[in-house]
Design a protein around this ligand. Structure first.
Ligand SMILES: C[S@@+](CC[C@H](N)C(=O)[O-])C[C@H]1O[C@@H](n2cnc3c(N)ncnc32)[C@H](O)[C@@H]1O
Length: 203
């Protein structure tokens, strides 16, 4: 997938109240599901303008927020400089071609998975960056009928089956798997539940 779609969207990304509520709820669900601490380092994959990272930052030591859209990362960088956020780093990179070299205690993402063609390869790439005993937290849409994205012409999964995703994590040496509903998006006269799946990499 190319980045132009998200570069264009980045200008108005933070002013969408539906997105603001959803990212707040995803962050709250991560806080409920994962024992966060100020000693933990984290990576957010597909951070956009960093809405979820900015919510979680006070509860962690540091976050490396990565996204391949220069437009999104420029917005986040601007926010970091304006607010003087010391422990949040914005990195413009594609996790498949330029994987980060560090291992962290927590990897999280919100609403990114459905934009990734090869989700099995993504899970492999993410788990390589996770320390043994570290946590992974993935939020995305439950299986939907394809109506969620009206204006997107790139590749999409129409949501995911929670149990299948959990099995994919278990088959990659993750335990303590759990799923919960983090948020429900209401649009097109429909409800689109957003799950949060969490797991711990076996030490
Ligand atoms: C729907 S947005 C979600 C942004 C943010 N998580 C939020 O909830 O506001 C998906 C994001 O994933 C990013 N993305 C998609 N594929 C990526 C890849 N291979 N590497 C890095 N970022 C990617 C896009 O640029 C976009 O910013």
């Amino acid at each position: 997938m190319r980045t132009e779609y998200f570069d264009k969207k980045s200008a108005g990304w933070d002013s969408n109240p539906i997105r603001a509520e959803m990212t707040r709820n995803i962050a709250a669900a991560i806080r409920q599901a994962v024992p966060l601490s100020e000693t933990m380092s984290a990576i957010e994959f597909g951070c956009g303008t960093g809405l979820i990272s900015r919510e979680l930052l006070p509860h962690l030591k540091k976050i490396r927020a990565i996204d391949f859209s220069p437009g999104m990362i420029a917005k986040l960088q601007h926010r970091i400089e304006k607010s003087g956020l010391q422990n949040l780093t914005a990195c413009c990179l594609d996790i498949f071609t330029e994987p980060p070299d560090e291992q962290v205690d927590l990897i999280f993402s919100g609403m990114v998975l459905h934009h990734i063609r090869d989700t099995a390869a993504l899970l492999d790439a993410l788990l390589l960056r996770l320390k043994p005993g570290g946590f992974i937290a993935l939020a995305d849409l439950d299986t939907e009928d394809g109506t969620f994205h009206g204006d997107f012409d790139g590749f999409l999964h129409h949501g995911f089956d929670r149990e299948r995703l959990i099995q994919e994590l278990r088959s990659r040496k993750c335990g303590k798997t759990a799923a919960r509903t983090a948020h429900i998006v209401r649009k097109n006269d429909r409800e689109y539940p957003v799950f949060l799946i969490t797991a711990q990499k076996i030490a």
